[in-house]
Design a protein around this ligand. Structure first.
Ligand code: IPD
Ligand code: CA
Ligand code: CA
Length: 270
């Protein structure tokens, strides 16, 4: 990127510092809390990461709003809102699996204008600004060119809440499993989106995510040239309720599966 904005330079530096905190705890976790259930975890690294991010944003941009996973939202009368997942992939982190990331997005009014996703264990930093392309460690990235599902590797995830939709999501998984080279469930949605952006995966879909899981990764993917939408092709809901991100070429084929009548429950239709 020729000229990084002040926001981006600030966020890249902050993501790096946050990643250092995470690496200092990685492989050496002394306490894990449970949130909504036994599988919804919180570590000291999530808390310390969030503390650093929020304090630095408040210091630098005291008038901006902040939405962050582990803390109540701090909404102000400002055009700018920071959307933060201090540590995406906590379960991986707690099990010493190096697939986790810091995810920070900035919205101006209702547009995501910047996103940074940093995977400290692999020193991979993905970032994008609106209309400026998407980068991985200073190199432009682009999605794959696969056109047929049979040539594709997809990614998805499953939510912590085990309800009716959860049961049915294994049917969707099977539908795609039968049509593709396979599906992966890596456990860090922000990285799933970046891996579509860089062509490792050809497509990614999930539901019941939260805004902090997707905002940064969605901008990185769309700036790389991916199509990011709702499961039915409409504008993706920023609250994370459903997301489909592909290399664009397989978007229609994936939509066809995700909008089958038996899956209308995902659109809250019965
Ligand atoms: C989780 C990850 C995972 C997704 C979960 C998310 P967390 O975030 O993104 O891939 O399937 O629904 O909650 O809890 O590790 O920040
Ligand atoms: Ca997350
Ligand atoms: Ca998190």
């Amino acid at each position: 990127m020729k000229n990084k904005s002040e926001f981006l330079s600030f966020t890249l530096d902050l993501a790096k510092k946050t990643g250092d905190i995470q690496l200092s705890y990685f492989g050496n976790i002394s306490s894990i809390e449970r949130k909504s259930s036994n599988i919804d975890l919180l570590t000291k690294a999530d808390i310390e990461s969030e503390k650093l991010i929020i304090s630095k944003i408040k210091e630098q941009y005291p008038n901006h709003s902040i939405i962050s996973e582990e803390t109540e939202s701090n909404l102000k009368d400002s055009k700018y809102t920071w959307i933060i997942d201090p540590l995406d992939g906590t379960t991986n982190f707690a099990h010493n699996l190096p697939i986790f990331a810091v995810s920070i997005a900035l919205m101006k009014e209702d547009k995501i204008i910047m996103g940074v996703v940093y995977n400290p264990a692999a020193n991979k930093c993905f970032y994008a600004e609106l209309n400026e392309g998407a980068y991985l460690n200073n190199r432009l990235i682009q999605p794959s060119s696969a056109e047929k599902l049979s040539d594709c590797l997809l990614a998805t995830g499953f939510p912590y809440l085990h309800d009716k939709k959860y049961d049915l999501s294994f049917q969707i998984f099977k539908d795609f499993y039968d049509k593709t080279r396979g599906l992966r469930r890596l456990g860090a949605a922000a990285l799933d989106l970046c891996f579509v952006a860089m062509g490792r995966f050809d497509g990614f879909y999930e539901y019941n995510l939260k805004t902090w899981d997707i905002c940064a990764g969605a901008l990185i993917a769309s700036e790389a040239g991916c199509t990011v939408s709702d499961w039915n092709g409409k504008k993706f809901p920023k609250d994370g309720s459903r997301i489909l991100c592909t290399n664009s070429k397989i978007h229609d084929s994936m939509m066809k599966v995700l909008t089958k009548p038996e899956y209308k429950i995902y659109f809250n239709l019965s």
